[in-house]
Write a protein that binds this ligand. Structure first.
Ligand code: DUC
Ligand code: ZN
Ligand code: ZN
Length: 474
């Protein structure tokens, strides 16, 4: 089956060129100047992309479908979450398998692979959350690397749950250095945060805003600094997830300027939401915006610093940390965010975003003049493919690569709302936001899975993508 996408402007991390794209089966077989070929004669299907951008499918390297958290589960399953991702122009996610204390790394990986297999609308990879570092876990890392899971996430936060101490972190980093794996870090000083939370509750400060206020920027920047020092000691690659504080970003910039193989991401919630406008909303509304790292104060300048970091490559990736919980009862999962009414420490942490990310970065970045078209694609697709070992199969439009393609209408104007999204969550953090630019058509390995408002794919279209060891230093 041959498909021709004609008349559009192909945008990659490097080029912006008017070009036609010919797909045979699952891969791109030719890219040519419009009017210089007769591909329409041989194509089974022609998609007219006149006036549109033809871009690589988005890659979101940080999602938590069905994650057990705080006595409930993230409300999107692999099925609902990946279908929503497709509507938002994302054709691959990397989710996180979880090893809980007392269980094996391999067991956790197998459990998550079973949850995902046959259920995903788009392609997927797995990182591994190592929640119990011991001799066996370190040995099991070799087995997972052979299965294409080449990145391991550690937590400096959540004592008693996912938390690793500095000794365990160093051991895991040494193993990663020996095996060319990537260490991903949730960098917050969880021990200090626990003290601040306890003290806030003792003062009767129970509202959602105190979630943000008890995780000050210094608890993030101190942890980022420590993670960098430990990774340098071990000689490991480090990728810091969901950066939200400008002081933490300064630590990343300094490390990169020294030439260390340190990478970092931020997420749309840190670029668009604030304590002033969202977390401190009346009543319990602020619970919608409770996540960790926290949403911070706009007046402190974090948002501007993060956008600047994205423009200057101090930050390389925009992911989502998609981890939705309903505000009210979910039909199957019951009460979610409201578990924390009267005690902010019991609010499940996380926000939806997997469907929003690709367009939001176009909006805040390209439409609002902070980055150019090519950087938009680099931040939302290409850089993740390179950092996490799946480039050029994923992350670009080139001959021989997977035909994961989004046709994007740069002129469409619309308003974001829970009524319009496909994620299984009963609110949108971006409710009422007016935006420009919309995903029109989505192809996954040559198959049209989204056409306007219509879903044409099927559960199980998505395949597991084994990933290579880390081979990028900057
Ligand atoms: N942060 C969140 O907000 N949710 C899930 C896990 C995490 O680290
Ligand atoms: Zn995290
Ligand atoms: Zn996360």
């Amino acid at each position: 089956m041959k498909t021709l996408i004609s008349g559009g402007t192909v945008v990659t991390a490097i080029d912006t060129v008017p070009a036609d794209v010919l797909i045979d089966g699952e891969v791109i077989i030719a890219i040519g100047a419009p009017g210089t070929h007769t591909w329409a004669d041989e194509a089974d299907k022609v998609i007219d992309a006149t006036g549109k951008y033809v871009v690589p499918g988005g890659i979101d390297p940080h999602t938590h479908m069905e994650l057990p958290f705080g006595g409930t589960y993230a409300s999107d399953t692999f099925e609902t979450g990946t279908r929503a991702a497709a509507f938002g122009g994302t054709t691959m996610i990397i989710d996180f398998a979880v090893q809980v204390k007392g269980e094996s790394l391999i067991g956790g990986f197998d459990t998550w692979m079973e949850k995902a297999e046959g259920n995903c609308a788009i392609d997927y990879g797995m990182h591994m959350i190592a929640g119990d570092i011991n001799e066996q876990s370190l040995a099991d890392m070799d087995i997972l690397i052979d299965r294409g899971c080449t990145s391991f996430k550690l937590f400096m936060a959540y004592p008693g749950v996912f938390y690793s101490d500095d000794g365990d972190i160093l051991r895991a980093m040494q193993k990663a250095a020996d095996t060319d794996a990537m260490i991903m870090m949730h960098a917050e000083n969880g021990m200090a945060i626990d003290v601040l939370r306890e003290q806030a509750l003792a003062r009767g400060e129970t509202d959602p805003v105190h979630h943000s206020l008890t995780r000050p920027a210094s608890t993030e920047s101190e942890a980022v600094h420590r993670a960098i020092v430990l990774s340098e000691l071990a000689g490991a690659h480090l990728y810091v997830v969901h950066m939200s504080a400008k002081e933490a970003l300064e630590e990343i910039a300094e490390a990169r300027d020294k030439g260390l193989p340190v990478f970092a991401e931020t997420c749309p919630q840190y670029l668009f939401l604030s304590v002033e406008d969202h977390v401190s909303a009346d009543g319990f509304e602020g619970a919608k915006y409770v996540c960790s790292t926290p949403i911070r104060k706009r007046e402190e300048g974090h948002q501007d610093a993060l956008w600047m970091g994205l423009a200057t490559n101090d930050l390389q990736v925009v992911s989502t940390d998609h981890c939705p919980f309903c505000m009210d009862d979910h039909p199957i999962l019951g009460t979610q965010k409201r578990l924390g009414e009267g005690d902010f420490t019991k609010i499940p942490n996380g926000l939806p975003g997997v469907e929003d990310r690709f367009q939001l970065i176009y909006q805040g970045g390209v439409v609002e003049g902070r980055i150019d078209l090519n950087r938009w694609i680099e931040l939302t697709s290409t850089a993740a493919a390179k950092i996490f070992g799946m480039y050029p199969k994923k992350g670009t439009i080139a001959v021989g690569t997977d035909a994961d393609i989004v046709i994007f209408d740069p002129e469409a104007e619309w308003t974001k709302s829970v009524a319009q999204h496909h994620m299984d969550v009963d609110y949108s953090p971006y409710e009422g936001k007016e935006v420009k630019g919309r995903v029109d058509t989505v192809l996954l390995r040559g198959n049209v899975i989204v056409d306007g408002d219509e879903y044409l794919g099927a559960k199980g279209d998505g395949e597991y993508v084994p990933r290579a060891r880390v081979s990028i230093n900057h």
